[in-house]
Design a binder for this molecule. Structure first.
Ligand code: SF4
Length: 367
């Protein structure tokens, strides 16, 4: 068995000896965000090698207007709203001019709405089967890794002829925001640490245009410290050689062509659509919508509810955090008026959010 400890030490020593120009790499995966924080990676790297977090946490990038839409659905009589746990605590629009905590699905539940936390879309489907007189809506949020399971659930609902199940879609695809940020002058990115899980579904080829056309080096990495370091080392080597390509540093999980079966299932249910991202605004072809022939499963079409223009939480700088422009510590609310117990923004709610990661794992530099 390879001596991973020795390899980790060697990689760290190599990177700590980097004496070239300052480099900034971005990771775009919530699991990388948490791993980097857990391992204290940023404090292990030299000052001239920066690893910043981008829009890789699906709950964090889901915009306020989606939460508002879900809150409006929660008021529909006879409707059961099913969601993954993190989403229930994400604040919706604050009342204009007021400084009190914004509403959330958790608050709606406390006030009597039928909001259920589920572990998978299948749980929501089971509920729809068991309660044929209720309307069951699943909050469909996530990237390429989560979407195939949701697609499979919709296909199952269709094959069973279920009439009371639908989804409110905010599913997103990661390549477009990566393209957008790749050339953002304010970031000056030198490379992407590409998301391992997404790459398993899409295949490494999906990042080729970013490397070849936009000239931003890419390296796909796993989630252990040694795997992340391999990815960073690959990026440094590309920069040193003046090259930009996609290095697959996670070859035992990520294969050429990805998972075509999962993608086919997604294609059967969804089609590409413009999508609004927290912090990035509306990005063309960066999300999904339910295909017309399956429109009866689209909760946005099935239920007419009023959703007012969104109001971002006052003082919250999640947008800048998600674009990699600021460190969470630069937000004036961090750790005081925004904590995991009382979050003001989505990045403090999700277990994969940059602010939550910084709160849980930072080494006493703010406490
Ligand atoms: S610390 Fe809280 S309020 Fe500030 S950016 Fe993060 S989530 Fe938003």
């Amino acid at each position: 068995m390879a001596d991973l400890k020795a390899e980790t030490r060697e990689l760290l020593e190599g990177l700590q000896g980097w004496s070239g120009r300052p480099l900034t790499f971005m990771e775009v995966c919530g699991t990388h965000t948490m791993s980097a924080a857990r391992f204290g990676l940023r404090s292990l790297l030299p000052a001239n090698l920066r690893l910043i977090s981008g829009p890789g946490c699906p709950v964090c990038v889901t915009p306020v207007d989606y939460i508002d839409h879900a809150l409006a659905l929660a008021k529909v009589p006879g409707l059961t709203l099913c969601t993954f746990g993190d989403l229930v605590r994400v604040p919706g629009s604050a009342a204009k001019g007021q400084d009190k905590a914004p509403p959330s699905l958790q608050g709606a539940k406390a006030s009597g709405a039928d909001v259920r936390v589920v572990y998978s879309p299948t749980d929501a489907l089971n509920l729809a089967r068991e309660s044929p007189k209720s309307e069951v809506v699943f909050l469909s949020v996530g990237f390429e890794t989560t979407t195939p399971t949701i697609a499979a659930t919709v296909l199952r609902a269709r094959s069973e002829g279920l009439e009371n199940f639908s989804i409110l879609v905010a599913n997103k695809t990661i390549p477009e925001p990566m393209r957008t940020l790749a050339t953002a002058p304010e970031l000056g990115l030198d490379g992407y640490l590409c998301p391992g899980h997404v790459s398993i579904v899409l295949g490494p080829e999906v990042f080729e245009p970013i490397a070849r056309e936009l000239k931003v080096p890419c390296a796909i990495a796993g989630f252990e410290l040694v795997e992340i370091l391999r990815g960073i080392q690959a990026l440094v080597r590309q920069v040193e050689a003046g090259e930009s390509r996609v290095d697959n540093c996670y070859p035992y999980a990520v294969k050429a062509g990805g998972n075509p079966r999962a993608r086919a299932m997604v294609d059967e249910v969804f089609e590409p659509a413009d999508s609004r991202w927290r912090g990035l605004g509306m990005l063309p072809n960066s999300g999904l919508k339910v295909r017309e022939e399956l429109a009866r499963f689209d909760a946005a079409l099935r239920f007419e509810v009023e959703v007012l223009p969104a109001v971002e939480p006052k003082g919250c700088r999640c947008g800048e955090v998600l674009r990699g422009l600021i460190d969470p510590l630069e937000c004036g609310l961090f750790g005081t008026r925004c904590t995991p117990d009382a979050p003001r923004g989505a990045c403090m709610v999700s277990s994969e959010g940059s602010c939550a990661a910084r709160y849980h794992y930072s080494e006493g530099d703010w406490r």
